[in-house]
Design a protein around this ligand. Structure first.
Ligand code: F6P
Length: 336
């Protein structure tokens, strides 16, 4: 069998470890041929590929980013590098011309949607969920999330000492447009006093009261962790907006930090390396068994898979009933 592999959408730690997991299993265990497709779906439009050998897969396990490059090319939309052709049909033709028996798509929600559409056209696809945001429906965890949470937690830890020295409120903005998983997990792990996620509406008076109550109890500084996607005035970034509102509400000097792309760069954590390796290996196993149109998933501690058509278009969001929210509230953490 000959398989192609691509990475699409925003990068994240663990992509290269996944490529390695897929390809080494394919070459070593199943004797398959593997080609890397450059720049996501764009590479399927332009047939930009490279053949993989064991040698080209060395040094990938701890390497950040994606060695294949990525793009946000969405072939089912008109925009993009080629806009005047039927892009899905061109990709179908190119896959046949390249002799690919299956394409492995490593990506986030947008990629899962695209993969589901190609699967519906009869193309053999297996996908692997990738995003630091952890918002892909159907899997408990996507690789990249643990690494991002670890980086964000380290940043929050560092803010504690400077917040405490200056008796300030520190607001830190982490990624997550629609889902607040990084804010929730890093906020709890980093001992945040206020954690704001897009899924839970907030009231600035509650936030102010939490901070002033801490002051009354002899704790003159506070840490506020916000997801980038929370409600704002629509003009300022989440951290800037919340910091200004808090300073106005409490009169306490407040500073903001936007963590940004540092969350997405660099080496994956050991957890993500192993998750990527397991997911990659399972993707190849599905291909060998002729099970296509599926996304790899982690359920509990088991690696399994779900039908792409079930995943496409859904989001996994934080709920008020989540253990960490419930436990956080019981400990006096303000969620808005
Ligand atoms: O990878 C997901 C994500 O990190 C979001 O949380 C973030 O808002 C987005 O990607 C930004 O990525 P880009 O600027 O590359 O589109």
């Amino acid at each position: 069998m000959k398989i192609g592999i691509l990475t699409s959408g925003g990068d994240c730690p663990g992509i290269n470890a996944t490529i390695r997991g897929v390809c080494k299993t394919a070459i070593n265990h199943y004797g398959m041929e593997v080609v890397g497709i450059h720049s996501g779906f764009q590479g399927l439009l332009t047939k930009e590929i490279e053949s993989f050998t064991e040698k080209s897969l060395s040094g990938l396990l701890n390497l950040g980013g994606t060695m294949l490059g990525t793009s946000r090319e969405k072939p089912f939309r008109k925009q993009g590098i080629i806009s005047d052709v039927d892009k899905p049909a061109l990709i179908q033709r190119n896959i046949a011309e390249l002799g690919l028996d299956c394409v492995v798509c490593i990506g986030g929600n947008g990629t899962q949607k695209t993969a589901a559409k190609f699967a519906a056209m009869g193309i053999n696809i297996v996908s692997v969920p990738k995003t630091i945001d952890n918002d892909i429906w159907g899997t408990d965890i996507s690789f990249g999330f643990d690494s991002a949470v670890s980086i964000a937690t380290d940043a929050i830890d560092r803010l504690h000492s400077t917040a405490s020295s200056h008796k300030r409120v520190m607001v830190i903005e982490v990624m997550g447009h629609k889902a607040g998983w990084i804010a929730l997990y890093s906020g709890m792990a980093g001992g945040g006093d206020v954690i704001l996620v897009p899924e839970i509406p907030y009231n600035i008076k509650n936030i102010g009261d939490t901070i002033l109550n801490r002051l009354k109890k002899g704790k003159p500084y506070s840490i506020v962790v916000v997801a980038e996607g929370i409600q704002t005035d629509g003009r300022k970034r989440a951290a800037e907006y919340i910091a200004q509102e808090i300073e106005y509400e409490t009169g306490i000097e407040t500073r903001e930090t936007v963590l940004g792309y540092i969350q997405r760069g660099g080496s994956p954590t050991p957890f993500d390396r192993n998750l990527s390796t397991r997911m990659g290996g399972h993707a190849t196993e599905l291909i060998a068994n002729g099970q296509f149109g599926r996304m790899i998933a982690l359920k509990g501690d088991e690696i399994s898979s779900v039908a792409l058509e079930e995943v496409a278009g859904k989001l996994k969001l934080v709920t008020e009933e989540h253990d960490l929210v419930v436990q956080g509230r019981r400990m006096g953490i303000c969620f808005g």
